[in-house]
Design a protein around this ligand. Structure first.
Ligand SMILES: Nc1ncnc2c1ncn2[C@@H]1O[C@H](COP(=O)(O)OP(=O)(O)OP(=O)(O)O)[C@@H](O)[C@H]1O
Ligand SMILES: [Mg+2]
Length: 335
């Protein structure tokens, strides 16, 4: 502070004596320096008084109009440069804080995505481990009673293992940052295959009506099975006694209102249905109406994210006590 006062006094003395530009430039530099040294604007303004006293001591007639004018030029050079430096410093500080906030937000989003990803993997593997456990218990009981295990039970276990491998391939692809491109799939036939695989895993039967087996879409068999397993499990858990899986092809002609051709998969049940409030949130991650520990609320969120990844749409219609229909629409792969 003292050295600043000395430098300001010296600068002002030179300017008062010469009215040259150089001392004013020195004073401007001093204003910037004071801000870098964290000196407040009030203290900087205070330098002027100190310098004026020092000039009086040196016998400078500080009341003469020309001297007053030159001293005020020094004061404004000091204060303007300090104010500009202060503004720049505040801007830089704010920019730094904003960058810090952006980084924290990016980290938070990354962690949230990772959390959802880990949750959805656990959800899907759990879906597949339940039947493995059930079938194994049945086979152990068979063996205890000297009965050979049933081939069909073993096939369920094998099917679940194959499906789990496809879930794990998805994880490995994600870890390696690969995007696994969807494949051309005869959609109706692929839905039929998935249903055959799922049928022994569910405690309720379900009807399958495939009206178009051959039209192709861009999708993946493993993920299609995941989708159907989630939708059918939800239907069973909603207490449905009648569940139906339907595939047809819509649009692509004048009857479709000029819409491009799409494959439509509908899973309809006559279960408890949803209130409008539940239906509005059913697709959100972690939204569940199940008792704690019973559902993660990730099933439909996973279904939706797979469908969006295939450039498709997912629609939900539901009425309390009447039942629910989930409709998946996928563009037909042309050419
Ligand atoms: N077919 C259906 N009938 C009635 N309600 C449904 C149906 N499908 C979903 N829901 C409602 O939507 C909610 C969210 O479903 P979602 O599959 O995302 O999670 P969850 O089934 O609760 O949990 P998890 O899938 O982990 O078992 C369910 O809790 C339920 O309230
Ligand atoms: Mg579910």
């Amino acid at each position: 502070m003292n050295s600043l006062l000395q430098r300001y006094t010296a600068g002002m003395a030179r300017y008062v004596a010469t009215a040259a530009e150089a001392p004013l430039l020195d004073i401007e530099e001093l204003g910037r320096l004071a801000i870098t040294d964290d000196i407040s604007l009030d203290e900087i303004a205070g330098l002027h008084e100190g310098a004026a006293l020092a000039l009086t001591d040196q016998g400078v007639p500080i009341n003469e109009p020309e001297i007053i004018r030159r001293m005020s030029a020094c004061l404004s050079a000091l204060m303007v440069s300090a104010a500009v430096a202060y503004r720049t410093k505040i801007d830089l500080l704010e920019q730094h804080r904003q960058e810090e906030r952006d980084r924290t937000e990016r980290d938070r989003q990354r962690l949230e995505t990772l959390g959802q990803f880990v949750g959805s993997v656990a959800h899907e593997l759990n879906n597949l481990l339940q039947p493995v456990r059930g079938m194994t218990e049945i086979m152990v009981a068979d063996l205890a009673e000297q009965r050979p295990p049933e081939r069909a039970d073993l096939e369920v276990i094998e099917g679940c293992a194959i499906q789990a491998v496809s879930v794990i391939q998805g994880i490995l692809g994600y870890v390696r940052r690969e995007t696994i491109a969807p494949q051309r799939l005869a959609f109706g036939a692929a839905v039929a295959t998935a249903c055959t695989f799922i049928r022994p895993m569910l405690r309720e039967p379900f009807e399958v009506a495939i009206r178009d087996r051959d039209s192709e879409v861009l999708a993946r068999q493993g993920e299609l099975t995941q989708i159907l397993l989630n939708l059918l499990q939800n239907a069973v858990q909603a207490g449905a006694t009648h569940i139906r899986v339907e595939v047809d092809r819509i649009g692509g002609d004048w009857r479709g209102g000029g819409q491009p051709p799409r494959m439509r998969l509908r899973v309809t049940d006559n279960g408890q249905g949803m209130s409008a409030a539940v239906a509005a949130r059913a697709l959100d991650p972690y939204f569940t109406t199940k008792a704690s520990g019973q559902g993660t609320g990730l099933g439909l969120a996973i279904v939706r994210s797979i469908v969006l990844g295939w450039s498709g749409d997912l629609e939900l219609e539901s009425e309390p006590e009447r039942g629910t229909t989930l409709t998946l629409l996928l563009p037909v792969a042309i050419g």
